[in-house]
Design a protein around this ligand. Structure first.
Ligand code: DP6
Length: 334
């Protein structure tokens, strides 16, 4: 088949409980191989829906607006990659990509994980290629590292792998969404302009932070401990690993030259309030990505009280409660 069909996919966003930060050397660099493995929770309330259809020329529409920028270039580079992976030769047919992010309005939450996962599924389905999730995860990773994890629901692990071709750097589901009734509170703080994109931030950490080697060295042990705690549904042990992974990553950024941080003042106030709540018997554990929002892992029963308490802090704009989300899905429309 050298033409495109029309296909649509839905992929849910994920938050890393053990973080990916830094890339290992790869040839070509577009393989996008992570220096650290990661372990994530897929979220029910945040997702991206993407349709890929034949068109007279390439066109990328995101949330109703046409883009011809860097984001569009990354989207079409991903379709080129999928075209070759589907076994087609020659030029890829032009495509219209329409994507809608179902994320809270102006939350400033990253959408690259759900976005590239949905694009990878919809694109491959439109090209008539193999829909096996493992190889698709390796392709999604080349769009954005965190996207490799969004093909599955529940709890997902992505090992960094050792092969230069990255074929062992593939995500796999550890436990389905119904394994454990946890919640992830997305505590949105007022956003400033992002200091530095995550890809550039990772590179600055790798090349200038004296903590980077320690960060990478400790990551496999964190993953194994987190997976064991997850299997045992042991929140205190899992939470300790989650915070350790998060704060080591942010310490690594602060120790870079020049230093950088994604936090604003409220980010730290939320963390301190969370720790105080924990002392008082309301157990939640913080993780923070390349942005100022705080994500809090807790049991379902604790979520309402914790969300209320954190939502009352000055500078907190909203608190959204997410449960474990489903697998990504796709359909071929015509
Ligand atoms: C802090 O997946 O956005 O969210 O591979 O360069 O696109 P690229 O990076 P990206 O980085 C995610 C970093 C993080 C941690 C995580 O999700 O594991």
């Amino acid at each position: 088949m050298s033409t495109l069909r029309t296909a649509r996919a839905v992929a849910h966003s994920n938050i890393a409980l053990c973080k990916y930060w830094g890339k290992r050397a790869s040839d070509p660099p577009s393989l996008n191989l992570p220096a650290t493995g990661s372990l994530s929770l897929t979220l029910d309330a945040l997702w991206t829906e993407t349709e890929v259809a034949p068109a007279a020329q390439d066109r990328f529409e995101l949330d109703g607006a046409v883009h011809a920028d860097d984001a569009a270039r990354k989207v079409f580079a991903q379709l080129d990659r999928l075209w070759r992976a589907a076994g087609h030769g020659g030029a890829r047919p032009a495509a219209a990509v329409r994507s809608v992010n179902h994320l809270p309005t102006a939350a400033g939450l990253a959408s690259s994980a759900s976005g590239f996962a949905a694009l990878t599924l919809a694109g491959m389905a439109a090209m008539g290629g193999a829909m096996e999730r493992g190889p698709l995860s390796a392709l999604a990773r080349q769009g954005s590292g965190s996207a490799a994890r969004s093909l599955w629901g529940g709890f997902v692990r992505l090992d960094r792998g050792v092969r230069p071709d990255g074929e062992d750097c593939v995500a796999r589901p550890l436990f389905p969404a119904n394994h454990w009734d946890v919640r992830l509170l997305v505590v949105q703080t007022t956003s400033g302009k992002k200091a530095i994109g995550s890809t550039a931030g990772m590179e600055r950490s790798r090349t200038t932070s004296p903590y980077y080697a320690a960060w990478v060295d400790g990551s496999d042990a964190d993953l194994d401990r987190a997976q064991q705690a997850l299997a045992a549904r042991d929140l205190a042990t899992l939470g300790a690993v989650v915070e350790h992974s998060c704060f080591k990553m942010h310490a690594c950024m602060l120790a870079s030259q020049p230093p950088f941080s994604y936090w604003n003042g409220t980010t730290l106030e939320v963390v301190r309030a969370l720790w105080a709540a924990r002392e008082a018997g309301l157990a939640g554990y913080a993780t923070i990505d390349a942005g100022p929002h705080v994500k809090v892992l807790c049991e379902a029963a604790t979520a309402p009280a914790l969300a209320k308490r954190l939502g009352e802090l000055p500078g907190v704009v909203a608190v959204q409660t997410c449960a474990p989300g489903p697998d990504a899905s796709h359909e071929v429309l015509s």
